[in-house]
Design a protein around this ligand. Structure first.
Ligand code: PHE
Length: 507
């Protein structure tokens, strides 16, 4: 049975898994206060050094276009190698099978499907058009891959919202695409992943609320077997406000249509998955025969709605599903901020919902895939397992042993900022290093041989005030056994790269 547990890692309370920063995390704009992370200035210093050692050219050609580089450039060859691989379009790939299942719930002509939009977008598309404040942490170079100051690899499919609302091809649209974020290294995070965006709008001058409600009623009839927990009112003045342009009646109707649409997606997805508990029952000593496990009716699928925050929707929610004993966050959604629709030249009577969902997380659960790197495997023991249109249980072909190596170093500069905000250090005496910069170098050197990286310990020297970090790097190939010579050579290369790029001193 595949497992997502790190059971081959030694348990230690010192270790901290590097956290995953997500878009909903910043406080809503009504909460005033300093931006979460102040790290743009120190990072620019870091990058210049990183660039000079790796000789960044003055221009970069990507997907047939040439871009000038500048002080914002931080994309690396290991990332650009993923451009145009299009896992979401390879018919028998689990990412594509998951995409098709979701697409089938949003048929044309009501929804147009967009699966070939370029991953290179402007900062205006990715952030400004969606109302991201200028100090939003998502804009930081520590979190986003910049080609230059004006162009990024899209960090989410919402980057296409404004353009698709403008094009106004149909009442709704769906986008599926690769998205890019600088992040931690572990079995469920990879700097490239896939998302689907959906939106559906109505011109209330032409469609009545009653017509929206009729459609919602039909959607609800499809999901009668689902157990839904929705404890919050459709909007809340402080925590999840109704927009001033919307009547409560219209917003409630659109919210209900959104929620029933997504519930039908979840039901379609999770009832298509082979029941993983069937094998667990068969293995367990209490099950006397295989027929007893198959005759036990499956418990109803449970989902719950929780309030959320996104700069481009209000009210906003996340949908979670109860799967194998815990609540799993699946997607974010909400009623589109009216100024986005106005900017798209839609009439002021227009109202729309939107959602965004990550495909890897769902595919890992549905297919039982234990490591996110497997999606990129070209080993036919992986690729040949899957069949277009079918959700099948992943058969682990082999588990090659992993090996651990620690790397301990002094960060450049002096005083630590004291707060663990993800910035590894800052202050007087030298450039700061963001944890994601360290991760990026580990990825560049180790590639897919690095399964995960844990912060093993950190401290500040009481006299010199220098900050020390020790990371534990877990090397493991999904396809073969690594030799210790090979791992030692990689690790030595990593030490050298960290020294050269970030100016750390290896201890
Ligand atoms: N873009 C958001 C994310 O990546 C998800 C989202 C899409 C939320 C559309 C609301 C509406 O987290």
């Amino acid at each position: 049975m595949p497992s997502v547990k790190h059971n081959d890692m030694p348990p230690t309370t010192l270790m901290r898994r590097i956290s995953f920063s997500r878009y909903p995390s910043p406080p809503p704009p009504s909460v005033s206060g300093p931006p979460l992370r102040l790290r743009l200035r120190p990072l620019q210093l870091t990058l210049r050094r990183f660039n000079s050692s790796s000789a960044t050219p003055t221009t970069i050609s990507l997907l047939g276009r040439t871009y000038p580089t500048d002080g914002w450039t931080n994309i690396t060859p290991s990332i650009t190698a993923h451009l145009s691989q299009n896992l979401h379009l390879q018919p028998s790939h689990p990412i594509s099978i998951t995409r098709s299942l979701i697409e089938s719930r949003f048929p044309s002509p009501t929804y147009t499907h967009h699966n070939h939009l370029s991953p290179i977008v402007t900062t205006a598309q990715n952030f400004d058009s969606l109302g991201f404040p200028s100090d939003h942490p998502g804009r930081a170079r520590s979190d986003t891959y910049y080609i230059n100051a004006g162009h990024v690899l899209r960090t989410h499919t919402s980057a296409h919202q404004l353009d698709l609302f403008k094009a106004n091809h149909a009442p709704g649209f769906l986008v599926s695409a690769d998205v890019y974020r600088r992040d931690a290294i572990d079995r469920s995070h990879y700097p490239v992943f896939h998302q689907m965006e959906g939106a559906r709008g109505w011109d209330l001058a032409k469609t009545s609320v009653a017509e929206i409600n009729d459609e919602t009623e039909y959607l609800a009839s499809l999901t009668a077997s689902l157990q839904v927990e929705d404890l919050h009112p459709p909007f809340h003045e402080q925590t999840n406000p109704l927009q001033p342009q919307h009547s409560s009646e219209a917003a409630a109707a659109v919210a209900a249509h959104l929620k029933r649409s997504l519930e039908s997606v979840v039901l379609a997805l999770f009832t298509s998955a082979p029941n993983p508990d069937a094998d667990a029952d068969a293995d367990s000593p209490s099950s006397s025969s295989s027929s007893s496990s198959s005759s036990t009716p499956a418990p109803p699928l449970k989902v719950r709605w929780v309030e959320a925050y996104f700069p481009f929707t209000s009210p906003s929610w996340e949908l979670e599903v109860f799967w194998r004993g815990s609540w799993l966050e699946l997607l974010g959604c909400g009623i589109v901020q009216h100024p986005i629709l106005t900017a798209a030249n839609l009439p002021s009577s227009h109202i729309s919902w939107a959602f965004g969902v990550g495909l890897e997380r769902i595919a890992m659960v549905l297919f039982g895939i234990p490591d996110i790197r497997l999606f990129w495997s070209t080993d036919d023991r992986f690729t040949a397992q899957f069949i277009q249109g079918e959700v099948t249980r992943f058969i682990e072909f082999s588990k090659f042993p992993g090996t651990l190596r620690d790397i301990a170093f002094w960060l450049p500069g002096g005083v630590e900022d004291g707060e663990d905000t993800g910035g590894a250090n800052s202050g007087a005496g030298g450039p700061a290093v963001h944890e994601n910069d360290i991760m990026e170098i580990i990825r560049n050197v180790g590639g897919d041989l690095v399964e995960d990286v844990l912060l093993k310990d950190q401290f500040t020297h009481p006299k010199t005030k220098r900050a020390s970090r020790c990371y534990r790097v877990h090397y493991r190939s999904l396809e073969r056994t690594l030799t210790s010579e090979e791992v030692n050579a990689k690790h030595a290369e990593l030490e050298k790269a960290l020294k050269e790029a970030l100016g750390v001193e290896i201890r």
